[in-house]
Design a protein around this ligand. Structure first.
Ligand code: CAA
Length: 389
């Protein structure tokens, strides 16, 4: 059944602080070209001591509630790799901070960087069942690797919130999807670890295998042909990965990989990820925000989405941009979200990276650092305490 459901609104938030890659390079002696050109990253978002996936998620979602209200929202799906509790959904804290109605179902989803796409597809299923309802999807992550590891340069943090509903104002999400799952250990994070474990080159290969797998299934399911797409939003652990993935897809389909064609397909999707870094589940949708904010009129054009989550699960699907979408964009707020960040030195970043709460159940207030609308005030009796401004 073809029904007009998709992304009605999209808003994102990122952190209080930012570490320019020049600082990291000056500390570890890396030639800056490796960061700026080799991996395509200029800077990475660094959470303040009183920021986490909840404060970022709430900050991303608040403008959506302010614009549309919450009357039709009966489900909140919170997707994350960097969960803060083994049992309670981070979405329940966000539900409380935003003052959403008690008649709401809230749940957390996890599959590395793919979780938000699962959330989006599940949301579409719920709206199909009851088109009067809307679903608030929140993708929020803090990407953390070991200090002094190759992954360190590909950290970042951000949250994207999307309102999913009937007759969307931004992008209609279409059937079919191309799906791919393979049990690989390219990137994972055991419950007792803060920082992810990763085999860098293996993870790149696993991602490229998933590009082939999803495209093969997408084609078999009767999807669009490659030249119908105006642009492609890939998961961007670092922005050069989107270029690698697209070249791989073109090769796989027997197309030339002309540099300008690849740049045309990808270039406008990388603006936010280049300065934010890896935001895991949020990354592919930051790509969408950047594309919509920068491209000439995309009305009626098709966008290809490739969502990859290590471990691994991936999905390729298509979205069609809806007429009038430009009036709904949050371009100024999006630019402000990255421009407002305060640069930190390498030493300040390192101190924040090394912070963790004691596990003794005592009272552990956090220093007031963020100027954002929500903050993590501390931990008390093993409970996280949040505040709104
Ligand atoms: N000027 C220009 N380019 C330079 C350069 C210079 N001075 N020095 C090096 N480069 C280039 C290299 O040639 C290389 O380019 P190619 O990939 O095109 O060959 C690029 O810079 C990176 O160099 P290396 O491969 O030597 O870098 P590295 O070994 O330090 O690791 C990394 C890079 C594997 C991405 C590492 O940062 C990492 O492990 N990151 C985390 C894992 C990750 O992001 N994986 C992506 C796929 S998994 C996924 O997508 C899920 C997820 O979110 C984690």
């Amino acid at each position: 059944m073809s029904i007009n459901i998709g992304i009605h609104d999209l808003s994102f938030a990122t952190t209080e602080f930012v570490l320019p890659h020049t600082e990291l390079a000056a500390y570890n002696g890396t030639e800056i070209g490796k960061y700026h050109l080799g991996i395509g990253q200029e800077s990475m978002s660094v959470p303040a001591a009183d920021e986490d996936i909840v404060t970022l998620g709430a900050a991303a979602a608040a403008p959506i509630i302010a614009r549309h209200g919450s009357d039709r929202i009966r489900t909140v799906v919170f997707a994350t790799e960097s969960s803060i509790d083994q049992a309670k959904s981070a979405g329940v804290y966000v539900h409380s901070l935003l003052g959403l109605p008690s008649a709401t179902r809230v749940v957390e989803l996890k599959q590395a960087c793919y979780g938000a796409t699962a959330a989006l597809q599940f949301a579409i299923g719920l709206v199909r069942r009851d088109p009067a309802q809307q679903v608030l999807v929140i993708a929020s992550d803090v990407s953390k690797y070991e200090l002094d590891s190759p992954g360190e340069a590909t950290q970042g943090a951000a949250a994207v919130a999307m309102l999913v509903g009937l007759d969307p104002a931004l992008v209609r999400i279409e059937d079919p999807s191309g799906l791919f799952t393979a049990d690989v250990m390219d990137f994972w994070r055991p419950n007792y670890r803060d920082a992810a474990l990763v085999d860098g080159q293996d993870s790149i290969n696993a991602y490229l295998q998933a590009v082939e797998g999803t495209w093969k299934d997408y084609t078999e399911q009767g999807g669009r042909s490659l030249d119908e797409f105006a642009a492609f939003c890939y998961h961007q652990p670092f922005t050069k990965m989107a270029y690698k993935a697209h070249r791989h897809l073109l090769n796989y389909c027997g197309y030339d990989t002309d540099k300008d064609d690849v740049a045309r397909a990808i270039g406008q999707t990388t603006a936010y990820n280049t300065v934010i870094g890896n935001s895991y589940t949020a990354s592919v949708y930051l790509g969408l925000a950047a594309l919509l904010d920068q491209a000439d009129d995309l009305t009626g054009r098709h966008i290809g989405f490739l969502s990859y989550g290590s471990g691994s699960v991936a999905e390729f699907f298509s979205g069609t941009v809806v007429g009038g979408y430009r009036e709904q964009l949050r371009t100024e707020a999006n630019r402000a979200a990255t421009d407002r960040r305060k640069p930190v030195s390498y030493a300040e970043y390192r101190a924040l990276h090394e912070r963790s709460f004691p596990t003794d159940g005592g009272d552990h207030p956090t220093p007031a650092q963020t100027t954002g609308p929500y903050r993590l005030a501390g931990l008390s009796g093993h409970k996280r305490i949040y505040q709104s401004r």
